[in-house]
Design a protein around this ligand. Structure first.
Ligand code: ADP
Length: 433
């Protein structure tokens, strides 16, 4: 659809009686000076500046006596890219098809034309007409005889409506097009970030290996000062790797390329392994890191790496935000109606009000009370949320009574077949370490 600046004043009149057609035409194309008021109203409706004084107001009228003829005229007008804005149709037009049948066919050809059904009888059920000639907002049903002022006002209002519907259609098309372009740009950006992150990962792994070898003395004994510097470089590489992994994951999630490899997982086992990995970081800060897990094995069907990433992220955050020496973190798993809830609670500064939702958005960081260099990318929780959603679950934050935060994840409980786990015995509680 191209944007046409001029107003559409084309009107189709369909009536079997030539006298009525003549009268309608006289009203709508009188070749007379338009009153100032009408012109001002038009100016406001169409948003155009109007000339004052002597300009003549007239519609372009096309008259037909029978339905078939009218349908042909509508088709022709569309072929010439000069559609009618309004069609006034008589309901009874012997000997040919009636006005409702005609309107039905016109509507099929031109979905935009405003249709006015005129009748002197009430032999048609209005709701039936509305059903046969949708949409309702482009259909009017009026009783004859019509006053000339009524006819003029219908013409004025309906041509204006045609115009605004038309402009709305153009704008919608424009928006759809822009949306498509934006989606495409977004996809290209994500692909680009994915490629760059991937390319950065390889040299980083090489640096990491060289450093590890150097620190392990593979290249000969190194002085203490150098050893300390290498350790700092190693930590920096780890941080960089985390950032790159975050970018890679976010891009994959954005373009829908994050694949899941679900399997039956014992929740106690998974949590135990994660806590074991993080324990030494907690110990460095002299933080208590406890687990409260049910005695019976709880299973979920999930992608091991992705679920570990989520729980690990929550515990790492808690470690980051709780105070040194007095920090307490509790990781729980519990069953709730064929579902499982995993929670990570801490006694840190907590997350307040609207921030409870905002922190799951990309790049949002609300807690400023940690040391420089400790903040990550602000992508961790956004990735957690997407990964949990990919698993059909839910993640949210609650307030802890001690002022801290409780992160909760809800996932479906899984009942594995024997062959899936190789385990049939009841589990023992994994000790809180
Ligand atoms: P970041 O890389 O900044 O840790 P995240 O997406 O993991 O990014 O977290 C987003 C923000 O949520 C953090 O910057 C912090 O403000 C807040 N946050 C996350 N976990 C906690 C927590 N346990 N206690 C208080 N604030 C938290």
């Amino acid at each position: 659809m191209t944007l046409k600046k001029e107003l559409n004043r084309r009107i189709l009149l369909v009536d079997d009686e030539p006298k009525i057609l003549e009268e309608l035409k006289k009203v709508l194309a009188p070749n007379e000076i338009v009153g100032q008021k009408l012109k001002e109203l038009e100016g406001r409706l169409f948003g155009q500046s109007v000339q004052t004084g002597t300009a003549k107001r007239t519609y372009q009228i096309h008259c037909c006596h029978q339905g078939d003829e009218a349908i042909e005229a509508v088709q022709q007008a569309l072929d010439n890219e000069q559609p009618f804005a309004v069609a006034f149709l008589d309901v009874r037009m012997p000997p040919g098809p009636d006005g409702v049948w005609t309107a039905e066919h016109i509507r099929k050809i031109d979905p935009n034309v405003q249709i006015v059904m005129m009748t002197g009888y009430s032999d048609f059920d209005i709701s039936e007409i509305a059903r046969r000639v949708p949409p309702e907002d482009k259909l009017l049903y009026v009783q004859k005889p019509l006053h000339s002022q009524e006819i003029r006002q219908f013409a004025l209002a309906l041509t204006a409506k045609w115009q605004s519907d038309y402009l709305l259609g153009v704008q919608n098309e424009h928006l759809v097009e822009m949306n498509k372009k934006l989606t495409e740009h977004d996809r290209m950006k994500s692909e680009f970030v994915m490629t760059v992150s991937h390319e950065l990962r390889t040299p980083l792994t090489i640096f990491k290996n060289i450093l590890s070898n150097a620190m392990a003395g593979v290249m000969g004994k190194i002085p203490l000062k150098l050893q300390q510097n290498l350790e700092m470089a190693d930590e920096a590489i780890d941080r960089l790797a985390t950032i790159i992994d975050d970018f890679l994951d976010v891009s994959k999630l954005e373009v829908g390329k994050m694949k899941l490899y679900p399997e039956a997982l014992c929740l106690q086992q998974v949590i135990y392994e994660i806590v074991k990995m993080i324990r030494f970081v907690a110990e460095k800060k002299e933080i208590k890191l406890d687990m409260v897990l049910p005695i019976n094995y709880l299973y979920i069907r999930a992608d091991y790496d992705k679920i570990v990433r989520v729980i690990n992220n929550l515990i790492e955050n808690a470690v980051k935000y709780v105070p040194e020496k007095t920090g307490i973190i509790i990781v729980r798993a519990e069953e709730a109606d064929q579902q499982v809830i995993i929670s990570v609670e801490d006694n840190g500064p907590g997350i307040h009000g609207n921030d409870k939702e905002k922190v799951f958005d990309k790049f949002v960081q609300v807690e400023k009370h940690i040391g420089p260099g400790k903040h990550g990318t602000g992508l961790g929780l956004a990735i957690c949320k997407d990964l949990v959603h990919l698993h059909g679950g839910r993640i949210w934050i609650e307030d802890n009574d001690n002022g801290g935060a409780i992160f909760k994840i809800l996932l479906s409980k899984h009942t594995p077949q024997e062959t899936e786990t190789g385990e049939t015995e009841p589990a023992e509680q994994i000790a809180s370490a």
